[in-house]
Ligand binder design. Structure first.
Ligand SMILES: Nc1nc2c(ncn2[C@@H]2O[C@H](COP(=O)(O)OP(=O)(O)OP(=O)(O)O)[C@@H](O)[C@H]2O)c(=O)[nH]1
Ligand SMILES: [Mg+2]
Length: 474
């Protein structure tokens, strides 16, 4: 999400880099680029207009700190304005006293309600140590009940269902009573969707709402619908008080207009975003962090959190120690690679790193490349894996044949591995290594200042840079 916006904002930022101070004229120039970027990102016209006015007022009102680069100052105030536009701070779910917390999920057909019910239940179970209970109240289609039951079974979260014969309000009330009896602390109601915000749909959810008095009604919105998603959220909110919004399919939305407009247009915040089809593809929506991501500051916090979840700390430390001592082998390489893979698709992971997201958007980064590397390493003998220097041309031919690759691919792997070894060793000596030709992706963004160069590693010639390495085709 926000790829195009991040790119366009880069241009706005560039307009201010190198200027001595923030003046009305150069602020105006930056602002113009921002307005353009917002409109390109499909942000609601009025929202873009108000936002630009806000940024300008902040820029003109602030005391210019002489020693700080205007570009950086602008980014800071822009970050703050963007954070406010996205809702300010994280909006938590309400607390129910006494439990259970009742959440009503509503939204248009295909927006992702059922999937989101399951994702949210899993998130509550894992992150908040809750004991959630799902209620299948979409009685429009028999398949809808089945879909929720299947998800529930897969995630080991119980689902209350009565087939499709009952009426939703009564069914939901019975579901909640059952949850209370079984001492569940959260109940999530999955309701039916319609193609449009029409009377029949609204009446049904309103009835469920009146009967069950949920603690929060969450509207599930498809981010890819852009402005339409925002308009339907507004129409919904006019007829049913919303607590907040869950924005789905942000993984397929390069523009992010809905995310940027929802709060301003409806007055209700986004609580979660759906980032994929799998049950764990749900993230809490964190405005400051999201603003950082848009501005290319990366989401290091998100990456660290994710890493803490999936990475074996001891194993990682062992690998790091070996790297420092220069004892890193192909076996360790494979282990580390698999750890990174657990973080998710590589492109997603790298997208969380500062400055990398926008730079990586045209890179051919797929897991197939990982698999190819894995196949090559697995085709090596244990001796070869421990002694990378032993992998001579004859062995390379055998490895290529064994793993179904060209010999050139093995050459590349060995070369890259040795390069990495050197890089790691120079880290170990305390010096920051000089970067491969072309630098790391995104590191060369304007205005980021010179890259630190340490005394340590000079890389073998012809490194080609990480970008080239990753782009190299099969
Ligand atoms: N890529 C992506 N796909 C999603 C996301 N959330 C849901 N989907 C997909 O969107 C489609 C519709 O999701 P559902 O959960 O069935 O939508 P619904 O709102 O319950 O649909 P109805 O019950 O027909 O109203 C499914 O194919 C989901 O896998 C997401 O965050 N990212
Ligand atoms: Mg559904």
């Amino acid at each position: 999400m926000f790829d195009s916006l991040a790119g366009a904002l880069g241009r706005a930022y560039q307009a201010l880099v190198g200027k001595k101070t923030l003046t009305e004229a150069n602020i105006e120039e930056g602002i113009r680029a921002v307005r353009q970027a917002l409109l390109e990102a499909d942000v609601h016209f009025q929202v873009a207009k108000d936002f630009v006015k806000d940024v300008k007022a902040r820029a003109l009102g602030q005391n210019v700190i002489q020693s700080v680069d205007p570009g950086h100052q602008f980014v800071k105030l822009f970050h703050d304005a963007l954070t406010d536009l996205l809702g300010g701070a994280v909006t938590e779910l309400p607390v129910a006293d006494p439990p259970p917390l009742v959440l009503l999920m509503a939204g248009l057909q295909g927006s992702g309600k059922t999937t989101t019910c399951a994702k949210l239940a899993l998130w509550l179970k894992r992150k908040k140590k809750k004991n959630p209970f799902l209620v299948a109240a979409d009685l429009q289609r028999p398949a809808a009940v089945e879909q929720l039951c299947t998800l529930g079974k897969q995630l080991q979260i119980p689902v209350y269902q009565e087939g499709t014969g009952a009426r939703p309000p009564e069914l939901c009330a019975r579901g909640i009573a059952e949850a209370r009896r079984l001492r569940h602390d959260v109940v999530i109601l999955d309701t039916a969707g319609r193609l449009h915000v029409d009377d029949a749909l609204m009446r049904e959810v309103q009835e469920v709402h009146a009967r069950c008095k949920p603690h929060a009604t969450l509207l599930v919105c498809d981010s890819m619908l852009g402005q339409d998603a925002v308009n339907s959220a507004k129409a919904f909110h006019e007829r049913l008080p919303l607590y907040g919004v869950v924005l789905t399919k942000v993984d397929g939305d390069a523009r992010g207009g809905a995310a940027l407009s929802v709060k301003a247009v409806t007055g209700r915040p986004i609580l979660f975003v759906g980032t994929g089809e799998k049950p764990d593809d749900l993230e809490e929506f964190d405005p400051p962090r999201m603003a950082g991501r848009i501005l290319g500051m990366g989401d290091v916090v998100g990456l660290v959190e994710k890493a803490q979840e999936v990475i074996d700390q001891k194993e990682a430390e062992r690998a790091a120690e070996k790297m420092r001592r220069g004892q890193f082998t192909f076996d360790d390489f494979l282990k580390s690679m698999n750890m990174i893979r657990k973080l998710g698709p590589l492109k997603k992971v790298l997208g969380m790193l500062p400055g990398v997201g926008a730079a990586l958007k045209d890179i051919d980064l797929d897991d197939a490349r990982f698999q190819r590397v894995e196949a090559m390493i697995l085709s090596m003998t244990p001796f070869e894996r421990r002694n990378p220097d032993s992998v001579d041309i004859q062995r390379r031919r055998r490895i290529a044949a064994g793993s179904g690759n060209e010999v050139q691919a093995v050459h590349d792997l060995v070369k890259q591995f040795k390069m990495m070894q050197k890089l790691m060793q120079s880290f170990g000596k305390g010096g920051l290594p000089s970067l491969p030709e072309g630098g790391l992706p995104g590191a060369g963004k304007p205005g980021r200042g010179p890259q630190p160069r340490g005394p340590g590693g000079v890389l073998p010639p012809g490194g080609g840079g990480l970008r080239d390495f990753l782009n190299r085709r099969r």
